[in-house]
Design a protein around this ligand. Structure first.
Ligand code: PAF
Length: 280
């Protein structure tokens, strides 16, 4: 597995692979890798010939300085984990390489960025679009793989690819869960034992909500979920929203003829966890 920090070297190696007729699969990450990331690499290797992963904690997508400072950074162990996968190249640039000068681009994702994560983390998706568009230009992948846990991020990235007319196919991949249902996330590593024991209450509540959806109204379900989460002293709901799968517009009635996804953000003390579930 090749480990590269500079753009020119990355691009030379990718040019060589493309010259050999190999397709490029790309898994962008911020490191602190878990089985969810490794499953993206695995899916990528089934669909493309040469899998590139990036490890870069992108400062422009953090609207909270503490969150950026506390984000786990584990390059050595990440590289060991990737060595055991079919990843062929890891791009792990410095901040100065990705941002030799300030990126002042302002994307407009309309309503996609005014709900849920967009509402509670202003500027977050602009930062994600900045870094992912730069990475796409550097790696020039045929396909890029993203987890469905970050449901809204996926929608924003698809919109960005469309706006910038980038020739890359975005592949959504299933959320990986721990044995007790907790969605895998790098942030889970920061949970204390006690918090970790209580965090699965989030997914359990989402499953119950999905089962209850036919019995009560959308508004009633929203109230029910927030109360159910907040009953647990370790958890506090930031938002719970039921949106249409494509535009992410909040729905107000089950009769709306769209595929529905229930999305949640919960604070476990200072650690913010997100998850979602499809509602039939
Ligand atoms: O999902 C993530 O880990 C990040 O938002 C991404 C896509 C790697 C961009 O920094």
């Amino acid at each position: 597995m090749l480990i590269v920090k500079e753009i020119a070297e990355l691009q030379n190696l990718i040019r060589k692979e493309k010259g050999l007729g190999n397709s490029i699969g790309f898994v962008p990450t911020m490191g602190a890798l878990h089985a969810g990331h490794l499953s993206l690499v695995n899916i990528a290797s089934k669909q493309t010939d040469f899998v590139v992963a990036s490890i870069f904690v992108n400062p422009t997508q953090f609207n909270d300085k503490n969150d950026l400072a506390n984000y786990p950074r584990k390059l050595d162990s990440d590289l060991k984990k990737l060595e055991e996968t079919s990843c062929k190249l890891v791009f792990a640039p410095e901040v100065s390489t990705m941002y030799p000068k300030e990126d002042n681009r302002q994307f407009n994702f309309g309503e996609l960025e005014t709900v849920m994560e967009g509402k509670y983390r202003p500027g977050h998706f602009n930062g994600v679009a900045q870094v992912v568009s730069k990475l796409f230009e550097m790696v020039t992948p045929d396909k890029a793989f993203f987890g469905l846990k970050d449901f809204q991020q996926l929608a924003v990235i698809k919109a960005m690819v469309k706006q910038l007319k980038l020739p890359v196919e975005i592949i959504p991949c299933p959320t990986m869960r721990e044995h007790d249902g907790l969605a895998m996330s790098s942030r889970n590593q920061r949970l204390t034992d006690e918090q970790r024991k209580n965090a699965p209450h989030i997914y359990k509540t989402l499953v119950e909500a999905r089962n209850k959806a036919s019995e009560i109204s959308v508004e009633e379900l929203k109230v029910w979920v927030s109360q159910k989460i907040d009953e647990n002293v370790f958890l506090e709901t930031e938002y719970f929203e039921i949106v249409d799968e494509e535009q992410l517009k909040p729905i107000s009635s089950w009769d709306e003829p769209v595929n529905k996804v229930a999305c949640i953000a919960v604070f476990c003390d200072k650690i913010r966890l997100i998850d979602n579930i499809a509602i039939q």
